[in-house]
Design a binder for this molecule. Sequence first.
Ligand code: DX5
Ligand code: ZN
Length: 231
Amino acid sequence: MPMSTYRIAPSILSADFARLGEEVTAVVAAGADMIHFDVMDNHYVPNLTVGPLVCEAIRPLTQAVIDVHLMVKPVDRIIPDFAQAGAGIISFHPEASEHVDRTIDLIHDSGCKAGLALSPATPLGCLDHVLHKLDLVLVMSVNPGFAGQQFIPHALEKIRLIRKRIDAETRSSARELMLEVDGGVKVENIGTIARAGADTFVAGSAIFGSRDYPGSIAAMREALKLAGSAR
Ligand code: DX5
Ligand code: ZN
């Protein structure tokens, strides 16, 4: 896969929330392609984070796409609010929607790209009948709810299988379907994850926990370059 197609999306979950605006600006200046925005409701997942107001507050600070990952249930009510607040991509978990196809349509009708997020135990069957209308598949390599967890190795097999399905799906069309991985992504494993077929990488603690954002992102890109040439 050419380098230019790899995207790095720092998750603000590990940012310093007292200085969130500066953190977003700094990470984009350091080379981030997107801002990953984790939304948790203390219901679908056992943690509580931020909503559309915070998305709206960071929107003017960057041109980078805001990649909203909804870990909330129910999900439909809040989608137009995030679209209004400047989200570029909105992903949700199939277990959090009564009507997955309708939720995808709602995201598109709100003017955003739509992603489906698969938790570690979510079977690939949830992609049946909807893959053709998705813009992104988000493979969770930790159970959703917290930053700083260990990458679950079994996710690699899932990424390989989804890569095959995405390639088959996009072979006859020019449309883009991203394969994003979220949870426990580090400089040390990003190359292996890329070789399994991912093209978009969320990293929270590995970037915001490092203090040297440009250095961390550059090290990830270097590892991706090596992975790309080894393919
Ligand atoms: C977990 C979130 C992730 C998380 C990643 O539920 O969806 O985006 O912030 O954090 P790290 O990279 O530290 O695993
Ligand atoms: Zn996330």
